[in-house]
Design a protein around this ligand. Structure first.
Ligand SMILES: Nc1ncnc2c1ncn2[C@@H]1O[C@H](COP(=O)(O)OP(=O)(O)OP(=O)(O)O)[C@@H](O)[C@H]1O
Ligand SMILES: [Mg+2]
Length: 504
């Protein structure tokens, strides 16, 4: 009865603790800033949140067992002590000596624990890479290589597990042999030196016989805890990394910001790697007027996406200021601003869910009519109504059941459903054919009377519709103006234009 109660209590404590730790970690993850997040491998996070947590739970179970075993052992020792203090002291002394001798094995357990953790981490990494790059892996004919990687990683895992159980078994064996020897010597002592009466001897024998397995068990628990410590360490390290990258706690959400005048960047600089010399965006001055279509173009690596992330408030400038309608973007305003931006990246992300759910993700209360309205704006009505179950068709993991253009148009519709103040398209149409791009362009042009639109694209045909084009190069504004102005002045834009004409 008591042991059943203890078991249930144990499970409650362990599950309660891991549940708390896991959710705490996840909440920290949700509030981590974008830059810190980009530096964390997703596989590592999954590893820590799943198998890492299980290990921690197991470790805690061992810890509880260790404590309860030690308590029981303590009672035994106390009784033995009242019978014969000298004998008990001798037994404890030799027991401690035995543990000291076995210490290297515990250290070895810690060491295998570290390797075990690495092997598990690697297994997760291989899975994540393979799943993420399945198509490329298949097209490169790398199936076998991934299977080999995986076998290698799991093989190492098995090696480490075996290694640990070997250490564990060896420890137990040494301990038991040692204990038997010590015990015999003790009893010899008891009879020859202390001349204890037979009844005492019997009682002591009984107590020691109960005590020894407990101590052995305690030692085993301790060793398992040593083995798990590296996993726990990894959880703590991940926690610390996430905490370091925390955004300030969000104030209760206000209304999404409006954009009536424009966005202004004043000498904004940003560098990803603070130890390097090179700014991704360097002392940038830029004004994006409200209710206009502005485009940003420039060669690859010019800092266009970095600028987009800055404009969205995902990255925070290292120097300089960003103002929305003349007010600096900081504190709670940053979050209200983010909710005012509709963002469509190059590879739009869709959930494994229905079209409806994917749209409602941006705006939970959106009705059917509104959804069709934004689908219409995004030139997506036609293909959505052709889907087998219309709005209720499941789009598949990351939208694999749709074409690239369809995915992008759905993502655009989703961004519009938020009624954003700023629509930000970062190479959103780069993967589309010209026909699809034109349809989105027309949709965007229609929107632009009451919406500020920023299009980022290296393809010049994409930026042609913009009222103002900004050419970015090496994190600086190289030129800005209308298409005609830029085409008629020498510079980067004209050479980009000529390069394109040379191609066609
Ligand atoms: N997460 C990151 N960590 C470190 N450096 C980065 C990161 N993202 C971008 N960079 C660097 O910052 C610079 C600007 O990159 P950015 O992605 O803004 O270019 P881009 O103009 O969008 O290029 P593309 O047209 O190829 O998309 C590049 O030199 C790039 O190597
Ligand atoms: Mg980019």
């Amino acid at each position: 009865m008591a042991s059943r109660f203890r078991e249930v209590l144990n499970v409650e404590v362990i599950q309660g603790f891991t549940h708390f730790l896991r959710n705490d970690l996840y909440e920290t993850l949700a509030r981590v800033d974008w830059l810190s997040f980009t530096r964390i491998r997703a596989a590592e996070l999954t590893h820590v949140l799943t198998s890492g947590m299980e290990m921690v739970g197991f470790g805690l179970q061992q810890l509880l067992m260790l404590v309860s075993t030690l308590v029981i052992a303590g009672v035994n020792i106390a009784v033995a002590f009242t019978l014969s203090p000298a004998m008990t002291a001798l037994a404890l002394g030799t027991g401690a000596l035995l543990l000291l001798i076995l210490r290297p094995l515990n250290r070895q357990a810690l060491h295998t624990g570290e390797k075990l953790h690495q092997a598990r981490k690697e297994m997760f990494a291989v899975i994540a890479d393979h799943l993420g790059g399945m198509k490329v892996a298949k097209s490169y004919g790398l199936e076998k290589r991934y299977a080999d990687y995986f076998r290698h990683a799991t093989g190492r895992l098995v090696d480490q597990l075996l290694d640990f159980s070997r250490t564990n078994a060896a420890t137990r064996m040494f301990y038991e042999i040692g204990a038997a020897v010590v015990l015999s010597l003790l009893f010899l002592c008891a009879v020859q030196v202390f001349h204890l009466p037979a009844a005492y001897l019997l009682l002591l024998a009984f107590l020691f016989a109960r005590l020894l397995p407990k101590l052995s068990q305690a030692q085993q628990c301790y060793q398992r805890i040593c083995n798990i410590l590296p996993s726990y360490g990894a959880v703590l390290a991940m926690q610390a990394r996430l905490v370091q990258g925390q955004e300030p706690r969000q104030a209760p959400a206000g209304e999404p910001l409006r954009l009536d005048l424009g966005i202004e960047l004043r000498r904004v600089s940003f560098r990803y790697d603070k130890t390097r010399q090179h700014d991704a965006v360097h002392q940038l001055d830029l004004v994006i007027p409200a209710r206009q279509l502005t485009a940003i173009t420039g060669p690859s690596g010019a800092g266009k996406s970095t600028l987009a992330d800055l404009l969205m408030g995902l990255l925070v400038p290292d120097a300089g200021q960003m103002l929305v309608d003349g007010v600096p973007l900081a504190g709670p305003r940053l979050h209200d601003w983010r909710r005012a931006v509709g963002y469509v990246p190059q590879e739009a992300f869709l959930f494994h869910d229905t079209v409806r759910a994917n749209l409602q993700w941006a705006h939970a209360g959106a009705g059917e009519e509104e959804m069709w309205r934004v689908l219409e704006m995004a030139a997506a009505t036609e293909f959505v109504s052709r889907l087998p179950q219309g709005l209720d068709t499941v789009v598949g993991d990351r939208g694999v059941r749709l074409s690239g253009g369809e995915r992008q148009r759905l993502a655009l519709a989703r961004a519009l459903l938020r009624r954003p103040a700023l629509l930000l398209l970062d190479e959103a149409t780069s993967n589309l054919d010209l026909e699809n791009e034109r349809r989105i362009q027309e949709a965007v042009q229609r929107l632009q009377q009451n919406l500020t639109v920023l299009i980022i694209a290296h393809r010049l045909s994409t930026v042609r519709i913009a009222e103002r084009i900004v050419v970015l190069d090496q994190g600086r504004v190289a030129a800005e103006g209308t298409w005609e102005q830029l085409a008629n002045q020498p510079g980067l834009f004209r050479s980009l234009l000529q390069a394109r004409e040379g191609m066609s």
